[in-house]
Unconditional design. Structure first.
Length: 376
């Protein structure tokens, strides 16, 4: 699939021409929707709220909608091996196909982006049932990822036509909202996609990290964080940098077979409670070297961290700060057999950063995992 035709211009023009209200949902194409649903339900505490499949008249795929706080995930798997979903899963494994964005007018969003160089996935269209009319349009992003624009103002069903409600009991783990979504792209393509998000979608660059910020003895990456005008949607874009050995970004690109969503960062109001809960359910997290916690009290002295440092050490939570406050974060191990997508859990106390002070320790932990897999 050809990349969008975006000019390589400096970020000087007025941004925020695309008004995005929210991340409407993330749609994962998977190998087995029922099993994926169970994993998110029992492992991460998401509540299954809707289902589409043979019983609802959907002859193409089985699909479950799950919610936790303001987060909405959809997991879908095709019935037939010749379906596009099956081909996607064969190539990439389980992964995010759609980052859906809530807008007031899908036609305006489509025109605003395609007129600036975005490649259309589908023009504005309507799906209707007894619950009303759901309006969408879509454009292509990095790899095979789509941005779907969604207007739900005229639709009042459980999710979309062919979906019926589910009411399965769920014990929440406290995951409340999507904080950011990280994309990995090929070497030399980061600035291309930064320009894409600025010129096509009206995003601004919040932060930039180069290989001096994010590196170890063996590997490095470069990253730029793009955000929409109201700051509700944040997309860091990573590319590998030259290093002595294979970086985590290169490993991802090898096993995902191209660019895609590397991780979803989800916010919680009590990370200690949430991580304890998730660990009790069997969710595995990366562990940084213990020396990180030996020097942590001195590094954050005067920052005003309220959480118990013994609990932070026990659980393997990372702490960083900036002029506006501090944040706590932790990263899961990959969610499937391939070392590709994972989850970040984050709690913010004023800080709008992304854990720059934790990068070295995190990379060392990731490299230990890569070494165990034989991929460093």
């Amino acid at each position: 699939m050809a990349a969008p035709a975006v000019e390589n211009r400096p970020m000087t023009e007025e941004a925020d021409h695309l008004k995005i209200n929210s991340i409407d949902h993330l749609h994962l194409w998977v190998g087995n929707a029922k099993q994926a649903m169970y994993w998110w339900w029992k492992g991460f505490g998401f509540k299954p709220v809707a289902y589409s499949g043979l019983e609802t008249g959907n002859r193409r795929f089985a699909s479950y909608v799950l919610e936790s706080g303001k987060i909405r995930l959809v997991v879908s798997a095709a019935y037939k091996p010749t379906d596009e979903m099956s081909a996607h899963h064969m190539l990439h494994g389980d992964g995010v196909k759609v980052i859906a964005l809530g807008v007031d007018d899908v036609e305006d969003a489509y025109k605003a982006t395609t007129s600036r160089g975005a490649v259309s996935a589908w023009a504005p269209r309507e799906e209707a049932d007894e619950h009303g009319v759901l309006r969408t349009s879509a454009i292509r992003a990095y790899g095979e990822t789509l941005h779907v624009f969604v207007d739900r103002s005229g639709y009042h069903g459980p999710f979309a036509p062919t979906y019926q409600p589910l009411n399965l009991p769920a014990e929440s783990a406290g995951l409340a909202a999507v904080d950011h979504i990280v994309g990995n792209v090929e070497l030399g393509k980061m600035n291309y996609w930064v320009n894409y998000y600025h010129h096509v979608m009206g995003f601004r660059q919040l932060l930039s990290f180069d290989d001096k910020d994010i590196s170890t003895e063996y590997s490095a990456l470069m990253s730029k964080v793009m955000a929409n005008g109201n700051g509700r949607v944040k997309f860091p874009i990573n590319e590998p940098a030259e290093g002595k050995k294979k970086s985590q970004i290169e490993e991802y690109l090898d096993y995902y077979v191209g660019p895609g969503v590397q991780h979803i960062a989800v916010a919680t109001g009590d990370i200690i409670k949430t991580v304890r809960n998730l660990k009790a359910r069997g969710i595995e997290f990366l562990r940084v070297p213990d020396v990180y916690y030996d020097v942590l009290p001195g590094r954050i002295a005067g920052v005003g961290v309220k959480e118990d440092l013994d609990a932070i050490r026990e659980l393997g939570i990372l702490v960083d700060y900036d002029d506006e406050g501090y944040l706590l974060q932790i990263f899961s191990r990959p969610l499937q057999d391939r070392p590709t997508m994972f989850i970040e859990v984050i709690e913010r106390h004023g800080s709008r950063g992304f854990g720059k002070g934790n990068f070295k320790a995190l990379f060392e932990a990731l490299e230990l995992e890569q070494e165990r897999r034989g991929n460093l």
